[in-house]
Design a binder for this molecule. Structure first.
Ligand SMILES: *Cc1c(COP(=O)(O)O)cnc(C)c1O
Length: 389
């Protein structure tokens, strides 16, 4: 059958152009391949795009989150409120710091936390709130900031999905503190990488120090165009700097982000229009407040259908048709360690659990075509109708 021999369609693919490959090659030829001018350019680019005051490039968003937890002094006895519908990196770090993740349920249809459910989980041990902008849509920041301010609990936004996202007309990153990820599947990628943004100058200075051994000066400073050889350790730090090789890969994508996200939006729009008439597929909802969506992921839920096919079976049947899918995310509290340990507080998460077993991420990336979307939707319609066992 034709559809079985069609080429493999992955669920995502980085939007790398020949000029990006040339930019990386140029770094390799330059003699300076680790943190340097390109990393500074990347930080400048993130500032220009989002309007954030300080951008600190690191080797992953996870590393950035680790620096933040360390800088905010999160440790034993502390509680950190975060959704379980997230990537496990944050939950692992909270646990490794000796603190306790307190999971808050998400909205059934946006898969994001809201102000009221966060407020309900605040105790006298709460030291931090880490909400997650999900799939490219923004959190309801205004309401969540009010909870954070009213309870004097700081907030770090997990903005791994939200480069190019706007809340109203405020780009995610312009205010507050958070992390962007440049990991391979993200809208802008440096293969692995991340950027911490913050409007707190003292925190930014500390993060710059902590990302490179706690030395008084970075490995590479704009002023000296090189490393200060006599720099001293001010406090013990980590080794989380981003190499120029990686920064160079991301720079072009950063400049093309608006166009690439618009392309993602066109493809998403076509998916949603077609899914409106298909039983057994429920796309996640777009929040009602004004926003600009980055369309990082196209997430749907597999619900009751004529074929009696569940999420796992749909993924297998799509794979047999050469169509890749993903899961973002299996709820953190349902991973073995968190199921078996009493390390987290995971009561009453019905929406998280309902979604965790039904969500699937479908192919969505800028180099895809509308025809590719039709191929995915046709395959799903056929599988769920039961007409092709
Ligand atoms: C990708 C991702 C991260 C971690 O990013 P890395 O750069 O891989 O460390 C954190 N949170 C969410 C929600 C993510 O999707």
């Amino acid at each position: 059958m034709e559809k079985r021999t069609a080429g493999f369609l992955p669920f995502t693919r980085p939007a790398i152009e020949p000029e990006d490959i040339e930019a990386v090659a140029e770094v390799l030829r330059s003699g300076w391949i680790t943190t340097g001018q390109k990393t500074l350019e990347l930080e400048d680019g993130i500032r220009a795009l989002t309007g954030c005051e300080h951008a600190v490039a690191v080797c992953s968003a996870t590393a950035g989150m680790h620096l933040l937890l360390h800088a905010l002094n999160i440790g034993p006895g502390d509680e950190v409120i975060t959704p379980s519908m997230t990537w496990v990196s944050t939950v692992n770090l909270i646990t490794l710091c000796g603190a306790r993740p307190v999971f808050v349920d998400v909205d059934r249809d946006t898969l994001m936390v809201d102000a009221a459910s966060i407020a309900a989980k605040i105790s006298d041990r709460t030291r931090l709130i880490v909400p997650v902008h999900y799939a490219g849509a923004p959190l309801d920041l205004h309401a969540i900031r009010q909870v954070s301010a009213a309870h004097r609990v700081p907030m770090v936004e997990d903005s791994a999905h939200a480069l190019g996202t706007e809340y109203g007309n405020e780009p995610v990153g312009r205010k507050g503190t958070g992390i962007f990820s440049l990991q391979a599947i993200k809208n802008v990628t440096s293969a692995e990488g991340g950027v911490v943004y913050t409007d707190d100058a003292a925190l930014a200075e500390r993060l710059r120090r902590l990302r490179f051994h706690g030395l008084a000066a970075d490995a590479f400073t704009r002023e000296s165009q090189g490393r200060a050889p006599d720099a001293e350790v001010i406090e013990p730090g980590f080794k989380y700097n981003l190499p120029d090789m990686n920064a160079a890969l991301a720079l072009g994508q950063l400049h093309r982000l608006r166009a690439n996200n618009a392309r993602r939006a066109n493809l998403a729009d076509h998916y949603l229009r077609r899914f409106a008439s298909i039983d057994g597929i429920e796309p996640i909802a777009i929040p009602g407040y004004p926003l600009r969506h980055a369309w990082h992921l196209l997430v749907v839920r597999v619900t009751d259908n004529a074929a009696g096919v569940d999420r796992q079976q749909l993924m297998q049947k799509l794979k047999a048709r050469n169509i890749g899918t993903g899961i973002h995310f299996k709820a953190a509290h349902l991973h073995r360690y968190y199921r078996e340990s009493s390390g987290g507080s995971a009561e009453n998460l019905p929406n998280t659990e309902w979604n965790s077993e039904r969500i699937v991420s479908l192919p969505l990336f800028p180099h895809m075509t509308i025809k590719d979307v039709d191929r995915v939707v046709d395959a799903i319609a056929e599988i769920l109708s039961g007409s092709n066992g």
